[in-house]
Design a protein. Structure first.
Length: 342
């Protein structure tokens, strides 16, 4: 029961959705639908290149690949137009599925032609490589000339100037230590036993003896420094000389002329393949950008359509509410004044 009610609601809204479009929009949409149906039903591109030997050269194969890419873009645009047309029909999913199946069939046909074109291009490239090898085999091979190795001249030893002796520093004057006599009236041993006092005095005597030994050793070092001979002044360092650059190493040592030419041919082939890959990648990126822009435009258009339909529906509801209010007010005015007595 719920499904029947839902279908009834959808069917009741379809005429309103179609009425929201102007006559010009309906005519343009129908024209795009007819063009899309013609594209999805057109198999002329596949019928022209499907036979064996139809693509007879690499130049023709490149032309066929370009045409195949254009066909894929046209198929994608046609599917988009058909989806837009299907939104105005009662059975939207069935209409969309039919368009999608027709597009899948066309895409399979076009991609099979692209595979055949790639096979022709690959066979032509293989033939060119084989011909170059056969031509190189007929030539007389000469040993590669290897130049004499570049021997660097021995570097001169670095000359270091003698160090300039410095004048010895004067020894530090150390005066005699003066001991401050203790105060006569103060006693520092209050609260200590005789053993503690004797131990403290022994430690003080040891410190004084150690300080006297340190002072004697310091004076001995000062005398030795005064009698030490002065150091010689170092010689100044000469600036570094710039050497001549060495010759580059030969990358083809041990290879014949044929090996070198094959290496060059393979490098050129890799470069051409990389250029082709970059070109194909750029084309795919451009196609993706175009598809994104097209999708954004379609989304913006659908959003505008929804807003227009919603505005029309709100206006209709508002007019119905106002009409109902007018009807209620007029009905109250027509009632008799004696109704309250009965």
């Amino acid at each position: 029961m719920k499904r029947i009610l839902s279908a009834a609601v959808v069917l009741s809204l379809l005429p309103f959705a179609a009425s929201a479009m102007t006559d010009e929009e309906k005519a343009a949409l129908e024209a795009r639908m007819q063009a899309a149906e013609a594209v999805l039903a057109d198999h002329s591109f596949y019928n022209r290149w499907k036979d064996e030997g139809a693509i007879d050269s690499a130049k023709t194969a490149e032309k066929v690949k370009s045409g195949a890419e254009a066909e894929l873009a046209l198929i994608e645009k046609s599917v988009s137009d058909m989806r837009r047309w299907c939104l105005t029909k009662v059975f939207v999913n069935a209409c969309t599925d039919d368009a999608r199946r027709a597009a899948f069939k066309r895409e399979r046909e076009v991609r099979s032609i692209m595979v055949a074109a790639d096979d022709v291009i690959r066979a032509d490239r293989t033939r060119q490589i084989r011909e170059r090898r056969e031509a190189n085999e007929g030539k007389e091979k000469k040993p590669m000339e290897i130049g004499k190795p570049h021997i660097k001249a021995p570097a001169e030893p670095m000359k270091v100037a003698p160090a300039v002796p410095k004048a010895p520093s004067k020894p530090m004057a150390v005066g005699e230590r003066t001991l401050t006599p203790p105060d006569a009236g103060s006693d520092r041993h209050i609260g200590q036993t005789a053993e503690d006092v004797a131990r403290n005095q022994a430690k003080a005597a040891e410190r004084e003896a150690q300080e006297a030994a340190n002072l004697k050793a310091y004076e001995e070092k000062q005398r030795e420094a005064a009698n030490r001979p002065p150091k010689a002044a170092p010689e100044p360092v000469k600036p570094r000389t710039v050497r001549e650059p060495s010759a580059p190493a030969d990358q083809h040592v041990g290879q014949t002329d044929r090996d070198v030419s094959e290496n060059y041919a393979r490098a050129e082939e890799r470069r051409l393949q990389e250029d082709a890959n970059l070109s194909a990648y750029e084309k795919k990126q451009q196609a993706a950008r175009e598809r994104l822009a097209k999708a954004e435009a379609e989304a913006a258009k659908r959003r505008a359509d929804r807003e227009a339909r919603k505005a029309a529906l709100d206006q209709s509801l508002k007019e119905r509410t106002e009409a109902q209010e007018r009807y209620e007010s007029r009905k109250g005015e027509r009632d008799s004044g004696l109704a309250k007595y009965f």
